[in-house]
Design a binder for this molecule. Structure first.
Ligand SMILES: Nc1ncnc2c1ncn2[C@@H]1O[C@H](COP(=O)(O)OP(=O)(O)OP(=O)(O)O)[C@@H](O)[C@H]1O
Ligand SMILES: [Mg+2]
Length: 236
């Protein structure tokens, strides 16, 4: 089971409240997109779920437990794994060490298997395993970010802007990898600028604007023409 229920969440940075009472639900095995314009608060929501920010009000329940304000380590232990915006790899560490760090809560016995599945997904990472991650191309750094998530064996995956700045062909490849790698039991909350891509890979979506929920629905209704979401993004 991996169900997340966010209720009346208010959170921000010091006195600057960014999310003003958000309600979002992701059921076990569901893939849900969190959409919105730049600065809407999407990353802030993911950072709060993964324990980097503490809610001011409201609750975040994972399988019934309120995890709001728990430490990032506790949240990873529960199986919630965050692939952050901007390919946060450790640039000075080599590729393999980046992967080893992602495994540290799993214990050494699962490392070999984890590395094997990561390299099977992205063979180029094995070829470059001794190179500093900072020397990889943007696409390869994104592969490394995803490979780190594979190693962490998530029950619930948070992915922030996986396709930003990547060539369309590579984006398509990433989404195919995502579909094949992470089984249907893993729940996904996906933040994406590319609404078409998000709708294609998620069954439901939420749109937030200035920290408020402005639209939610079934992706199916918008797949033919994702531009119909624009008024919600922009408040028109
Ligand atoms: N570390 C921070 N300190 C203070 N304010 C922040 C910080 N990070 C984000 N904000 C503010 O919070 C608001 C929401 O930012 P957030 O990064 O969550 O938006 P987003 O929807 O992820 O945008 P983008 O699509 O550009 O990634 C913005 O007004 C932003 O300026
Ligand atoms: Mg963001």
């Amino acid at each position: 089971m991996s169900q997340l229920i966010i209720s009346d969440l208010k959170v921000g940075y010091k006195k600057n409240e960014v999310i003003h009472g958000l309600n979002i639900e992701v059921n076990s095995g569901e893939r849900v997109a969190l959409l919105g314009a730049n600065g809407a608060g999407k990353s802030t929501v993911l950072k709060t779920i993964s324990g980097l920010l503490t809610p001011n009000e409201g609750s975040i329940r994972f399988n019934g437990d309120d995890i709001g304000g728990s430490s990032p380590a506790d949240i990873v232990d529960r199986g919630i794994v965050h692939v952050p915006e901007g390919r946060r790899v450790f640039p000075a560490l080599n590729v393999e060490d980046n992967l080893k760090v992602a495994n540290y809560r799993k214990g050494p016995e699962s490392l070999a298997e984890g590395l094997e599945s990561a390299y099977a997904a992205f063979p180029i990472l094995e070829e470059r395993k001794k190179q500093p991650a900072g020397l990889l191309s943007g696409g390869q750094q994104q592969m490394l970010s995803l490979a780190r998530a594979i190693i962490a064996k998530p029950k619930f995956l948070l992915i922030d802007e996986m396709s930003l700045g990547l060539a369309p062909l590579l984006v398509k490849e990433f989404y195919q990898t995502l579909d094949s790698l992470f089984s249907s039991e893993i729940s996904l909350l996906l933040v994406e600028q590319n609404a078409g891509m998000a709708l294609a890979h998620c069954s439901r979506f939420y749109v937030i604007r200035n920290g408020d929920l402005v639209l939610q629905g079934d992706s199916e209704e918008y797949r033919d023409d994702p531009t119909r979401l624009q008024p919600a993004y922009l408040g028109q």
